[in-house]
Design a protein around this ligand. Structure first.
Ligand SMILES: N[C@@H](CCC(=O)NCCCC(=O)O)C(=O)O
Length: 258
């Protein structure tokens, strides 16, 4: 019997963007290409419709979840802080969808890769908090994108991160230090219980985590591996590991059916 190659179906989170009198639920193409070119999967954009989406039904059908980056910020009320202008803009519909999606994916062992805002959402979903402007904290560097109209310049790889030796990310990238891009204003303040630090910037900012004891692949990074997935080895290895986790899980039907 000839078996067709397994093609993972990956749920990709969406921002809500008003335009032309409509609310569009959108994911940037770079994340969608991360799924196609990075791991040979099919991306499925999940609208940020909160309770109107049956997340259990979704998670029973997809092989993995990619939580995307976004210029918006997690609403401070979700980590016990007061809303303030410097923590804006918000996307409450996205928060109402991604936070439960993350918790449910982890509980079911559905492989999860979270990027930038997604990394911050994972921390908040598990009880952590965020620093609104990390570059204003003494001793920290500026992690924001360079001011440029060119996306290649904004996403340029320009910062070192130190990878924890023997950790899950270290095994994936096979290096103790990698160079990454950086396009964030916020950062982890209080790390959620259950998250394991996998990499830090040279100023101590947490740059990558995994979920302790997670039944499936559960990794989050503060940088953007999707942008250079076809040309940068660590970025490619991260997406490939996410793909391999989905393929392994699908090969164990009892687990994939949970
Ligand atoms: N809003 C958060 C998260 C940063 C993030 O996900 N950035 C992706 C957008 C990149 C861009 O085009 O600027 C923060 O700023 O910390």
């Amino acid at each position: 019997m000839i078996h067709a190659p397994f093609v993972p179906l990956v749920a990709v989170t969406a921002d809500v963007r008003p335009a032309d009198g409509y609310d569009w639920h959108a994911a940037a193409e770079s994340y969608l290409r991360g799924v196609t070119a990075g791991l040979g999967g099919v991306p499925v954009i999940v609208p940020s419709l909160g309770d109107a989406i049956d997340l259990d039904a979704l998670l029973a059908r997809v092989d993995g979840v990619l939580v995307t980056g976004s210029r918006s910020n997690v609403h401070p009320a979700l980590y016990g802080a007061e809303p303030e202008p410097r923590a804006e803009p918000y996307d409450p519909a996205r928060d109402a969808t991604t936070l439960p999606l993350i918790r449910k994916a982890l509980a079911r062992g559905v492989p999860l890769l979270a990027i930038c805002r997604g990394f911050q959402e994972l921390n908040v979903a598990l009880g952590g908090s965020l620093e609104p402007e990390v570059h204003l904290v003494e001793g920290r560097i500026d992690h924001r994108a360079p001011a440029s109209a060119s996306q290649d310049e904004r996403f340029a790889i320009r910062q070192d991160v130190v990878v924890v030796e023997g950790g899950c990310l270290g095994r994936i990238v096979a290096a103790d230090r990698i160079r990454v891009n950086s396009l964030h204003r916020q950062a982890v303040a209080r790390l959620a219980d259950g998250l394991v630090v996998e990499a830090t910037a040279e100023d101590g900012t947490i740059e990558a985590v995994s979920v302790a004891g997670s039944p499936g692949f559960a990794v989050a990074v503060q940088w953007h591996p999707e942008y250079w997935v076809t040309s940068d080895a660590p970025s490619h290895r991260l997406f490939a590991a996410f793909g391999a986790a989905m393929r392994e899980r699908a090969a164990r039907p009892a687990l994939a059916a949970e």
